[in-house]
Design a protein around this ligand. Structure first.
Ligand code: COA
Length: 176
């Protein structure tokens, strides 16, 4: 057992112990390289999301609100959910998010990649995608797809993503 004073002393300036990481963000959580040493950032696949906070993040990047019930179900059925958290001992803030669907073995598709506008342009979107790609690779998935909004195609291209040639092999079905 460790008391609160010992716990506080475990936190170094600009860093966090593995024990603290696992306590607050779940097993496997890891630090995200931060552009500012005062700001500790954490990737987590296990820390539960407050659906209101998640929706606020997605709305902040310009996306429309979705029914909470559907969002919850989509998260439940996702292969991978990544939160990028700005660490605070009491109130960590969700500043980035991405999730993937897939069969868990061969293929995955990335959805809902978002970084809060306040934190954009600091390299965090790239870090988030590197983390997603590595996490998928760790479970053996090397074929990853995504659907980029026209305004962010260059963001993905600069990281090595390849556009499907001339749209010949890509098909969409919109039910309404
Ligand atoms: C797209 C998004 C995740 C990028 O996050 P970010 O933290 O601002 O990106 P980064 O700072 O890591 O940028 C990495 C590189 O991509 C470039 N880049 C970032 N956004 C870009 C864009 N929209 N178009 C072209 N290049 C972009 C940056 O200039 C940077 O280039 P550099 O390495 O030469 O400096 C973020 O802008 C966002 O949440 N956008 C709204 C939601 C969205 O459109 N998501 C994608 C859905 S397909």
């Amino acid at each position: 057992m460790i008391n609160i004073f010992e716990r506080t002393s475990l936190i170094r300036s600009g860093s966090i112990t593995t024990e603290e990481l696992n306590d607050a963000y779940g097993k496997g959580a890891c630090e995200c390289p931060s552009p500012n040493e005062q700001m500790l950032l954490v990737f987590s696949q296990e820390r539960p999301f407050d659906l209101v906070e998640l929706e606020q993040l997605l709305i902040s990047v310009g996306w429309s609100q979705r029914p909470m019930r559907k969002v919850r179900s989509a998260l439940d059925h996702s292969l991978l959910k990544v939160g990028l958290w700005k660490h605070d001992q009491r109130f960590p803030r969700l500043i980035g998010f991405a999730r993937c669907t897939g069969d868990g073995v061969l293929e995955a598709t990335v959805w809902d990649v978002a970084v809060n506008p306040i934190y954009q342009g600091l390299g965090l979107g790239k870090q988030l995608m590197d983390y997603v790609n590595k996490s998928l690779k760790d479970i053996g998935i090397t074929r990853i797809t995504l659907f980029a909004d026209p305004g962010v195609v260059a963001f993905y291209l600069s990281q090595g993503w390849v556009l499907e040639p001339k749209g010949h092999r890509c098909a969409f079905w919109y039910a309404n």
